[in-house]
Design a protein around this ligand. Structure first.
Ligand code: ZN
Length: 297
């Protein structure tokens, strides 16, 4: 199944649903950053969460940044996801590998660490971003993002994230976001129903393993609750807007003396984009042109 996101509602519009399949973009992040298994699962979950959060925004150009910083060996995770379905991200220590947890799952919680914070910034698309920070709950990312939504944005939410990795390959990745809107929050019977369903939901991985489509996942969870699945399917992809010209622009900020030094000592410069690990090489001629253009300011 290609990477995609669908939206829907249940309970007469009282419950908002977003589902995403992120297998290919997780595989691309793994290949670009040379991620270990546990780092793949961690970054894959965080990128999926970013896309699920961005999907609830309205204005074209809206983006969500998620930063996770725990006390585990993985260091920090950073993700930048857009309403347009693009996402990029990285982890500080992509090589960290850990044995599976007692449930025989990749131990994302231990890799991230349980003590730390999750920071979310929403750039709504017209220059007034807002942000919030919560302490980590488990470092498993899904729980932590749900905790952020409930406490910082006051929307009771459940988020299930998962991935299946086998023999060097990402076999499946994705997630589900369920939010209870104010019109449904006052219905105790509905809340009870939801609670019992979510207690049976053991993450997104079993759903991926069962080979269900997003529509089937929605149907299985909410088919009897006045489910409406919106027809629009949004495609998702790993994308970074970095370029050779942007890299030159960044080098320019180092100043004339530093650039001259690079020409004389290194006869060129190499820059790596944090977000996508793309390597850019500037030759001596590129740097000289840059110095000349800077001298004429
Ligand atoms: Zn890049």
């Amino acid at each position: 199944m290609i990477d995609q996101l669908i939206r829907g509602t249940a309970a007469g519009g009282g419950i908002r649903l977003v589902g995403a399949i992120t297998t290919s973009l997780t595989a691309e992040a793994r290949a670009r950053h040379h991620l270990s298994y546990v780092a793949t699962a961690a970054l894959g979950r965080a990128m999926t969460a970013g896309l699920l959060l961005a999907a609830g925004m309205k204005r074209p150009g809206a983006r969500v940044n998620i930063r996770v910083r725990g006390d585990g060996p993985l260091g920090g995770i950073f993700v930048d996801a857009g309403l347009d379905g693009t996402v990029r991200g990285y982890v500080d220590h992509p090589e960290i590998e850990l044995p599976p947890n007692p449930h025989d799952q990749l131990d994302v919680g231990r890799a991230v660490g349980k003590v730390g914070y999750l920071y979310v910034l929403r750039d709504v698309g017209y220059g007034y971003p807002y942000s919030g920070t919560v302490e980590l709950v488990s470092g498993e990312i899904g729980d932590d993002v749900a905790h952020y939504l409930a406490h910082s944005e006051q929307i009771p939410s459940v988020i299930a994230l998962g991935s299946v990795l086998k023999t060097e390959q990402v076999m499946g990745a994705g997630g589900l976001l369920v939010q209870v809107l104010p019109k449904a929050a006052g219905d105790p019977e509905l809340l009870d129903t939801l609670e019992s369903r979510f207690s049976q939901l053991t993450g997104f991985t079993p759903l991926l393993q069962a080979g269900l489509s997003l529509k089937e996942v929605f149907g299985q969870l909410f088919g009897d609750l006045d489910l409406e699945v919106f027809p629009e399917v949004q495609l998702l992809r790993f994308y970074c807007p970095c370029s050779f010209d942007r890299m030159l622009g960044a080098l320019k900020l180092l100043g004339l003396a530093e650039l001259q030094d690079m020409v004389e000592k290194d006869h060129g410069a190499e820059a790596v984009c944090h977000f996508c690990n793309q390597v850019y090489q500037a030759t001596e001629a590129d740097l000289t042109r840059l110095i000349q253009s800077e001298s004429s300011w």
